[in-house]
Design a protein around this ligand. Structure first.
Ligand code: UCC
Length: 597
């Protein structure tokens, strides 16, 4: 856009002068070329031949994000989906109408191999890193098409891990296709009327076995994201011939179904309504009634939750991709704006306090980025059977950890980012509020912060402490590398101290068991995330070709409280009285009412 000078001849009406208000628009550049940290990471860790090829493609793709995808994403935001339930003559249609840009995003996703790349494995284990880097570049521009892509990736992962059994061969080949005419997206229908976190007790959908071995599903799915998808994976309880079902987690099995038949007719599904949401406006999120949906059982009976966990791992990784990418997008826009916008006689860039704010945002985004890339690297190793047991433990731990931590960071950083634009950040037509709104969902879908904190504990307990051992030894190994650089010495020591305090805390809590740890679960998870983010930044800053910015980032990150669980413990947050004190504080109401609580 041409620069706006806001110079008007004095001869014009005074009124014109007061109504004309013009600021230069921040620019979305090529997100690959503008991201030195991403380039530095890929150059350092990818084998050089892989880096050369990948870099060329990412630069090309970055230009496509800037020149094509970003405007499609905006169109998706401004043209949300509609549900046409009936035709003019009362015939039930249940048609979700999406805009052309949303459909185009599906084609582009196939053309660009946004799913295929991870499953073709052209670059062996590095293919995952490559795919994640591509998703990261386009996530804030893609009009939330990254939501169906997350579930599509998750479904492909589940099917692959099952050995691609016969009823799923076609689905797998379509989910991982580069042919836009063939490409399918998948849903993940987990949430029912009784809630989304407690899947084991909230799932009411039942499955009746049919004579041909398939099942017919009956129930209500309360939130289904990207309901225009071609297929889905979903949970249900198998009903016995006597009409009995088993309650709880052990009663759940995993099913695959196609949403529509070849003629576009819904498969025993009614779309009740589309949801009114705070954000993710382009995504059709629907309430569904399943009334005889034909489905294939794809897990062992009663193993539904464990089987869908593979999908959750992938969708949680995608959540991290978007959380980090949204932070980065805000920072890129704000730093460009800071070169253009003048206040108090100089560009924002010349105000040290403003630069400090942006630098703090950047430190958060960089730590989050390394957590993301570490997960991508480990996932790639797992998928090519190259992972050690320690790698597998780290992947299990880092997935919920990074999901919960980066989602919270994304809300804070995008909120701070809005402020960097002053009042303009609050204006709908700048597109900036949408970034903030969409960041907020990252803390909720795919498991809230508390559910993910409990999943961190689950990973420790289920592995009988091996996950924690892997964490401690991996952190130590990385700190050892960093400790040989004198410039990093004080920060390495800070990380060591945090690990020491963490060790003491774990020892103290070990006698209290899993239940005793619950109150500390969130602070414990934050501690692991902060320590590991710091350790990764220190390792990154210890590379021979590390930049001054890499070293400064590691310093800044390590100067935050790396062990909040220790601080909170000392403050009595997990003591015997803590839970009841919390409740009294929350319900600090009129004594008459108190008696009724
Ligand atoms: O669907 C949604 C929106 C889709 C949109 C996607 C967009 C993605 C982002 C894109 C970015 C733009 S939102 C709804 C998502 N729903 C959830 O995330 C559910 C949240 N609730 C939980 O995660 C709970 O912790 C449950 C459901 C996993 C708890 O289930 P249970 O059955 O009560 O827990 P159990 O008994 O501990 O676990 C049952 C089994 C165990 O294995 P076995 O049977 O072998 O002992 C666990 O070890 O499941 C296993 N398991 C896991 N395994 C549980 N969690 C995991 C895990 N995370 N990884 C591996």
């Amino acid at each position: 856009m041409a620069a706006c000078t806001a110079q008007h001849p004095r001869a014009l009406f005074a009124k014109t002068e007061t109504v004309v208000f013009c600021q230069e628009q921040p620019r979305i550049g090529n997100p690959y070329l503008e991201d030195a940290f991403l380039q530095g990471y890929l150059k350092s860790y990818l084998p050089s031949k892989v880096f050369t090829e990948v870099s060329v493609d990412l630069e090309r793709f970055g230009a496509r994000v800037k020149d094509e995808i970003d405007s499609l994403g905006r169109e998706c935001e401004l043209t949300p989906p509609k549900l046409q339930q009936f035709d003019a003559w009362g015939q039930r249609l249940d048609q979700i109408i999406t805009c052309p840009a949303w459909k185009r995003m599906k084609e582009i996703s196939a053309e660009e191999g946004l799913i295929a790349e991870a499953y073709e494995r052209k670059y062996s284990s590095w293919s995952r890193v490559y795919q994640i880097a591509k998703l990261y570049l386009c996530a804030p521009s893609a009009g939330l098409f990254t939501c169906p892509l997350a579930m599509t990736d998750g479904a492909a992962k589940v099917i692959e891990s099952l050995g691609i059994p016969r009823p799923l061969e076609e689905a797998y080949s379509r989910l991982t296709s580069r042919d836009a005419r063939k490409f399918w997206t998948s849903g993940q229908w987990m949430t029912e009327r009784r809630g989304g976190s407690d899947v084991a007790n909230g799932t009411e959908t039942v499955a009746r076995k049919l004579p041909d071995g398939t099942y017919s599903l009956h129930g209500l799915k309360w939130f289904t994201s990207a309901t225009d998808s071609d297929m889905t994976l979903t949970l249900a309880r198998i009903m016995t011939a006597e009409g009995q079902v088993e309650q709880g987690s052990r009663g759940l099995s995993l099913f695959y179904l196609q949403v529509r038949d070849e003629n576009g007719k819904l498969n025993g599904i009614e779309i009740q309504r589309l949801k009114e949401k705070l954000g993710t406006k382009p995504v059709p999120t629907a309430e569904l009634a399943l009334d005889g949906a034909r489905a294939h059982r794809i897990s062992t009976e009663g193993q539904g939750v464990a089987s869908i966990a593979n999908m959750l791992t992938i969708t949680r990784v995608h959540n991290v991709v978007s959380a980090v990418a949204y932070m980065k997008r805000m920072i890129q826009m704000a730093r460009d704006y800071a070169t253009k916008r003048k206040a108090f006689g100089k560009a924002l860039k010349e105000h040290p306090l403003h630069m400090q704010t942006l630098a703090r945002m950047e430190v958060q985004a960089r730590g989050a980025f390394l957590l993301l890339m570490e997960i991508a690297r480990l996932l790639g190793l797992e998928e090519t059977s190259m992972a050690t047991t320690q790698d597998l433990h780290m992947l299990r731990l880092l997935t919920p950890l990074a999901k919960l931590y980066t989602a919270k960071q994304a809300v804070a950083v995008t909120s701070e980012g809005l402020e960097c634009f002053g009042g303009q950040g609050y204006m709908e037509d700048t597109g900036l509020p949408a970034v903030f709104r969409d960041a907020q969902v990252m803390t909720i879908w795919e498991g809230t912060t508390n559910i993910l904190s409990l999943d961190v504990l689950r990973s420790l307990v289920k592995s009988q402490g091996k996950v924690l051992d892997a964490f401690l030894s991996s952190a130590q190994a990385k700190l050892e590398v960093a400790s040989s650089f004198s410039e990093l010495e004080p920060e390495v020591q800070m990380a060591q101290n945090a690990l020491h305090k963490l060790g003491q805390f774990i020892q103290k809590m070990s006698s209290k068991g899993e239940a005793g740890m619950q109150l500390a679960a969130r602070d414990f998870a934050y501690t692991l995330a902060r320590i590991y983010g710091g350790v990764l930044l220190l390792e990154h800053a210890a590379r021979p070709n590390a930049s001054a910015a890499d070293i400064f980032t590691a310093h800044r990150w390590c100067h935050q409280d790396l062990c909040p669980v220790d601080q909170e413990d000392k403050a009595g947050s997990y003591g015997t009285q803590a839970a009841s004190l919390n409740t009294s504080l929350v319900y600090d109401v009129n004594p008459i009412l108190k008696g009724k609580l």
